[in-house]
Write a protein that binds this ligand. Structure first.
Ligand code: PEP
Ligand code: MN
Length: 264
């Protein structure tokens, strides 16, 4: 990929003293919930506040997100806390609405990365944008699909690109919700060494007690950042309840990761 160095300049320009941190609830549920969490994350290491507005549920009948109204809540987050905002987009309508509401970072979810048609539609809708765009790995361990999605976005002249490693689903039962298969992310990095690589321990683990260890492994492997689902009342979250942590726990995790790094 030519000019690949410029792919990470958006991150280098932030001159962060720590890994990039994206945190916030799996799903925006109510305006009050979104704002409460944001206020608790305001003076922490968090750089981008995430909240899913449109939720890609594997099976029907579950909470599918609050929809476009949630974008207004994210605008309010930015106004009240100064935090930059992030949400998942899965089609052109989502992209148009997210851009209209000035969302700062858009990510493509694991269930969308598997579909070249969807990725191309999103790439076309985002053409030339100066927003940050991150591509989650596809649900299945297929490196070409992941690379293909990055290439489609790059061809669409999107400069602030990166990838999120959220693990891979498997029929095999393991301790992980989605098996990390670290070697796939490392292989992707050897192909595009300048592409920022973010780890999503929440979706890899599926349970909050493993998040610190997976985050530590990611940082030991030189990942550029972490995306960690954070909720004021994790057990009662409307999606992914078992894996979300409280803002207080998130701050503790970041602190412990820092201590490990300093004492290494
Ligand atoms: C999410 O980030 O809440 C999400 C739905 O993630 P994934 O696409 O990794 O399943
Ligand atoms: Mn989630």
């Amino acid at each position: 990929m030519e000019n690949s160095k410029q792919l990470r300049s958006w991150l280098d320009d932030m001159e962060l003293p720590h890994p990039l941190v994206i945190a916030g609830p799996c799903s925006a549920e109510t305006e009050e919930q979104v704002l409460k969490i944001a206020h608790e994350l305001k003076d922490t290491d968090v750089n981008y506040y995430r909240a899913g507005i449109w939720k890609p549920r594997t099976r029907p009948g579950n909470f599918e997100g609050v929809g476009a109204i949630g974008l207004k809540w994210l605008q309010e987050v930015k106004k009240e806390t100064g935090l930059k905002t992030a949400t998942e987009v899965a089609n052109k309508t989502h992209v148009d609405l997210a851009l209209e509401h000035d969302v700062d970072l858009l990510w493509i979810g694991a269930r969308s990365t598997v579909s070249p048609f969807i990725v191309q539609e999103i790439a076309d809708a985002l053409k030339g944008t100066d927003k940050v765009v991150l591509v989650k790995n596809p649900v299945n361990p297929d490196l070409s699909l992941w690379l293909g999605a990055v290439e489609r976005l790059h061809k669409s002249d999107i400069k602030k690109l990166g990838v999120i490693h959220r693990g891979f689903s498997s029929y095999r039962k393991t301790k992980y919700r989605n098996i990390p298969e670290w070697q796939l992310a490392i292989e992707l990095q050897t192909k595009f060494p300048d592409l920022p690589l973010i780890n999503d321990p929440s979706h890899i683990c599926g349970r909050r007690d493993m998040i610190f260890d997976v985050s530590q492994t990611a940082l030991d492997l030189n990942y550029d950042g972490l995306m960690i689902e954070t909720h004021i009342d994790p057990d009662n979250a409307w999606s992914d309840a078992a894996q979300q942590v409280t803002p207080k726990t998130l701050v503790q995790i970041m602190e412990d990761l820092r201590i490990r790094k300093v004492t290494d």
